[in-house]
Write a protein that binds this ligand. Structure first.
Ligand code: SF4
Ligand code: SF4
Length: 133
């Protein structure tokens, strides 16, 4: 019975892997150097695969459509959204966000959508890339 697996095992060895070697074919021993090499054109970043439909990436906010109702704030389980009383608009701290999409679902004017961007790692949780407003 065990030997019946062998054809599958051998076939697998010659198949193209399903994994995407993103961002590099092999893990760089020095990431900082790798990024510097990318900047100088000596190394290349392998692009990520396309995100699937319904992917929950960086939130997009169409503030022109926002009516300041604060429902998103009420429903956010992570307290990631702040109200700006002066402008009656919101500010989202993505470092606190768990990408549950509840703010999108509850917004009466559909001004929030889950985007496709997912390369959000940053050492500063308050960097401008991690704040949506
Ligand atoms: S996606 Fe979820 S956690 Fe993130 S801001 Fe919206 S409600 Fe809050
Ligand atoms: S729920 Fe929508 S309209 Fe209401 S404050 Fe939040 S983003 Fe603005």
């Amino acid at each position: 019975m065990r030997f019946s697996m062998l054809p599958s095992v051998f076939a697998q060895m010659f198949k193209k892997p399903w994994t995407n070697k993103f961002p590099a074919k092999y893990a760089p021993s020095n990431t900082t150097q790798f990024l510097a090499d990318v900047g100088e054109g000596k190394a290349e970043i392998i692009p990520p695969i396309e995100t699937p439909i319904g992917f929950r990436g960086k939130i997009k906010y169409d503030k022109e459509k926002c009516i300041g109702c604060q429902l998103c704030i009420k429903y956010c389980p992570c307290e990631a959204i702040e109200f700006k009383p002066k402008t009656k608009k919101i500010k989202i701290y993505l470092a606190r966000c768990c990408f549950c999409s509840q703010c999108n679902d509850v917004c009466p004017t559909n001004c929030l959508t889950m985007g496709e961007e997912f390369l959000l790692a940053d050492t500063d949780p308050y960097s401008k890339d991690l704040i949506v407003e």
